[in-house]
Design a protein around this ligand. Sequence first.
Ligand code: SAH
Length: 230
Amino acid sequence: MEHHSGGSGTNKNKQMVEQLQRYGVISSKKVVEVMETIDRALFVPDGTPAYVDSPMAIGYNATISAPHMHATCLQLLEENLQPGMHALDVGSGTGYLTACFATMVGPQGRAIGVEHIPELVASSIKNIEKSAAASLLKGGSLSVHAGDGREGWPEHAPYDAIHVGAAAPEIPQPLIDQLKPGGRMVIPVGKIFQDLQVVDKNLDGSVSIRSETAVRYVPLTSRDAQLKGY
Ligand code: SAH
């Protein structure tokens, strides 16, 4: 439960962002701005505590990532989310990060979410419609699609930024192919023990990969495997 006399939800969202700054998770002003603009409460199921720093179940054996993971990924991708750039969010779930990406790349950019559970695609669109990113959805620079994100979304490739919100046993080749030279992908890789990997495509097309931190995400898998509980 939230015990601050914070008033409105937007204030509580702001307090959550301030806490992430105090803990040293967020140092970027752009990330502060976007996380203040997109109210997390609009993206969690009714009755779920929105501002607690923990992942939450969203149905279909999926979760919304914890605020500190969203912040970490936004910060790792910040330079590749500048106005006019193209961003792909694989396993977009609630649509929270897709909305953040769309806000950062702006109406001249492009933010694409790909999610393989059609019900989550539908609810994420409803969430985004209530958020500060609604006009971007309406204007067409933000869209969410049902599909297998392991194939990426070739239509708007190449991407400056690719985020994968579920852990892959290995990095899917189509995602590497759809990364622009100079582009960056952030992807959890591994089965039970996973690393958040940062994949930079160099200007000559080669890739450099480093591990940022140990993480625990739901798997990037087939819809059947996920609905059966893996
Ligand atoms: N970033 C999202 C994370 C949701 S959890 C959020 O914070 O809301 C990971 C999501 O990946 C789930 O919604 C799951 O349904 C989806 N997913 C798993 N495998 C997938 C695949 N092969 N293609 C597309 N989406 C997938």
